[in-house]
Design a protein around this ligand. Structure first.
Ligand SMILES: C[S@@+](CC[C@H](N)C(=O)[O-])C[C@H]1O[C@@H](n2cnc3c(N)ncnc32)[C@H](O)[C@@H]1O
Length: 273
């Protein structure tokens, strides 16, 4: 049996005929939770815009620094990861547990393979990490799901993670959606956002990527400016350095402006007032 057939057999309701962003992203990051159709589309994306790999790695590295910062400097120990993706390098729970073994992480994604892999990886760790298969555009469903409501204590601060998700959901009202999660959180909670941008992508590359994404299960790409990213986060005080190309958000090593821009992704983190 081929690897693809094996994967498909494990998750009966996975759609392996249509390219999927979670699995394309997994392929770009070197993972194995993807089908031929995902690999083909991911390779096409690289032909259109070779710097798409920079996006994936910049976004993932930003996520790691954010989680570490929130645990070690702000004492956050509860995470709600919206559009968490296929578990890959540097997962939220691994980073959080490195610094606080009792931190709780609720992963939410609507992609069947991503959720299957996450459950497989986590094993019997449900007292501190859960995986919920749900649409993040339905906050009431997400917030009331057993894996979220049963794991996270909403009377205490929670970090809502929105990495690479507010830019691909159908609505352009990302602020409205983020606010529904914000309103469930108490003061001292956090919101972390990464959002696709046009920093070094040409108009032709953006058009090509949009055409490619149109055939996937997430056909939207809402590029945002720093001001538009900040507008996703009303009620939050932005942590330094504010909204910046993600590699420049509290980097671990020297990063040139040119390298930072190649990621084509803005990042920001705020604390709820
Ligand atoms: C670009 S990946 C980002 C993964 C991860 N957050 C990261 O930044 O490394 C986007 C993820 O959002 C998920 N996603 C897209 N739309 C969604 C929705 N409406 N509800 C839940 N998950 C969604 C996809 O399945 C995919 O796993």
């Amino acid at each position: 049996m081929s690897r693809d057939a094996e994967l498909a057999a494990q998750v009966a309701h996975a759609d392996f005929n249509q390219p999927n962003i979670a699995r394309m992203y997994d392929y770009h990051l070197g993972g194995s939770a993807n089908f031929a159709v995902d690999r083909h589309t991911a390779e096409q994306a690289l032909r259109i815009a070779p710097q798409e790999l920079d996006y994936c790695w910049a976004n993932r590295a930003f996520l790691g620094r954010v989680v570490r910062t929130l645990v070690t400097e702000y004492g956050l120990d509860q995470f709600l990861d919206l559009g968490s993706g296929v578990p890959t390098v540097g997962n939220v729970h691994e980073i959080a547990h490195e610094h606080n073994p009792s931190a709780r992480v609720a992963y939410v994604d609507w992609e069947a393979i991503a959720c299957h892999h996450a459950r497989h990886l986590l094993g019997p760790d449900e007292w501190r990490v859960t995986v919920t298969e749900a649409d993040v555009c339905e906050p009431e469903v997400v917030l009331n799901a057993a894996g979220v409501a049963g794991l996270l204590d909403f009377t205490r601060p929670i970090a809502v993670l929105a990495f690479g998700i507010l830019d691909i959901i159908p609505t352009t009202d990302g602020a409205g959606l983020a606010a529904r999660y914000r309103d469930a959180c108490v003061s001292g909670s956090a919101l972390a956002v990464s959002n696709n941008a046009q920093l070094t992508r040409s108009d032709e590359e953006v058009a090509g990527l949009r055409a490619l994404l149109a055939n996937t299960s997430t056909p939207n790409l809402h590029l945002r400016t720093p001001e538009e990213v900040a507008a996703l986060m009303p009620g939050y005080t932005l942590l330094d350095p504010g909204v910046v190309p993600a590699p420049l958000w509290r980097p671990d090593r020297p990063v040139s402006e040119q390298e930072a821009r190649r990621g084509n992704v803005y990042g920001a983190v705020g604390i709820l007032r």
